[in-house]
Design a protein around this ligand. Structure first.
Ligand code: IMP
Length: 191
């Protein structure tokens, strides 16, 4: 079955294709000639994932799925959450976001945080939602060079390394995206 992944990120596409079995042909937006930016204007992670998958389904008619991720920090009432990509403002980069979070957490002892990814899958117009969560904490100083985004300041529970100090294979085993992608793959295998 052909399944469109509503993302322009080819790394994500490759990662998911490796986990989802060969019964499914995971197709990019470029393959269906969808070159536009998909709107993500909702105020929840679930809302954005749904908005993106329904956009593709309604406009192009393919079975498809979309994901959305956020870092939720307890002491910041769940921020940056759905605004994780542009937390420090339009045009900001990963480092700007990290700096903003570190500033807001200065002197704060509760460092609990989690990454959450939601996947919205649409098969023949019916939506299925999947969630992957990894709990951890925001450390006091950036550590590690791999990964991206908030990886250098996020230490998963049970580890004394940040995501940016783990290999991508180690990270995938425990990460929000790894968890939710395996849930999706499992569901698709049993369709
Ligand atoms: P997206 O929904 O996958 O595009 O993720 C939104 C934002 O969350 C990204 O721009 C990153 O800032 C952050 N993010 C998502 N996944 C990760 C991760 O695995 N590590 C660190 N930051 C992440």
């Amino acid at each position: 079955m052909k399944l469109v992944f509503a993302t322009h990120n080819l790394n994500k596409l490759q990662e998911v294709s490796q986990i989802v079995g060969s019964n499914f042909e995971i197709t990019s937006l470029e393959d269906i000639n969808c070159n536009e930016d998909i709107p993500e204007t909702q105020d929840t992670i679930e809302g954005n994932a749904s908005q993106k998958s329904f956009y593709v389904f309604n406009k192009f008619g393919y079975n498809c799925f979309a994901d959305d991720t956020g870092l939720e920090i307890e002491a910041l009432d769940g921020r940056p959450g759905v605004y994780s990509a542009r937390y420090a403002g339009e045009g900001c980069n990963f480092e700007d976001n990290v700096v903003k979070v570190m500033k807001e957490l200065k002197g704060v002892t509760n460092r609990a945080a989690r990454f959450k990814t939601v996947i919205s899958l649409i098969i023949n117009g019916k939506e299925y939602l999947f969630e992957g969560i990894v709990n951890g904490k925001i450390i006091e100083q950036e550590k590690g060079d791999s990964g991206f985004g908030y990886d250098p300041i996020f230490m998963p529970n049970g580890y004394n390394k940040t995501f940016a100090e783990l290999s991508s294979a180690e990270k995938n085993k425990i990460s929000h995206r790894g968890i939710v992608t395996r849930k999706l793959a499992n569901f698709l295998e049993n369709l």
